[in-house]
Design a protein around this ligand. Structure first.
Ligand code: HEC
Ligand code: HEC
Length: 90
């Protein structure tokens, strides 16, 4: 029995494992910059600023629906938590 080749293989697998962890980490850190439009600070939207996220979101789709005054773009991403992506402006 010669244990050497096996050890070598383990080391290579370990290195591969670490490399793939680094790859995943790099991928997560490379998340796109925050470029999503913020909620306008206008008459319409200012009244939602004092509300909590969940509370405010109940109102968004009274206007932002396909036939509404300000429909979402056709390629809009999944939209179930508006304020996670469209932040309030400070
Ligand atoms: C009373 C109707 C109404 C409600 C309710 C409403 N909006 Fe709007 N929204 C509009 C209109 C009209 C516009 C386009 C004109 C403007 O910028 O105000 C707009 C614009 C926007 C924009 C920016 C679009 C751009 O081109 O910059 C975002 C983001 C947005 N709304 C998000 C939200 C979110 C999130 C909520 C829920 C908290 C919400 N809106 C609730 C009517 C509404
Ligand atoms: C996963 C993230 C995400 C969520 C959740 C989300 N949006 Fe968006 N929204 C975007 C992106 C990205 C765009 C593309 C344009 C941009 O950069 O703002 C967009 C565009 C818009 C626009 C049009 C802005 C323009 O260009 O005129 C409106 C209005 C809007 N979203 C409202 C909403 C509302 C209302 C909700 C909740 C029902 C919501 N969004 C949920 C990411 C999101």
């Amino acid at each position: 029995m010669n244990p050497e080749p096996n050890k070598k293989r383990t080391r290579i697998l370990n290195i591969l494992f670490i490399l793939s962890c680094l790859g995943i980490l790099a991928f997560l850190l490379k998340a796109p910059p925050e470029s999503t439009k913020k909620i306008p600070r206008d008459e319409i939207h200012l009244k939602f600023y004092p509300l909590g996220k969940k509370e405010a979101e109940k109102h968004c789709e009274t206007c932002h629906f396909p036939e509404g005054p300000s429909p979402l773009p056709a390629d809009h991403p999944p939209k179930y938590r508006c304020l996670f992506c469209h932040k309030k402006q400070s």
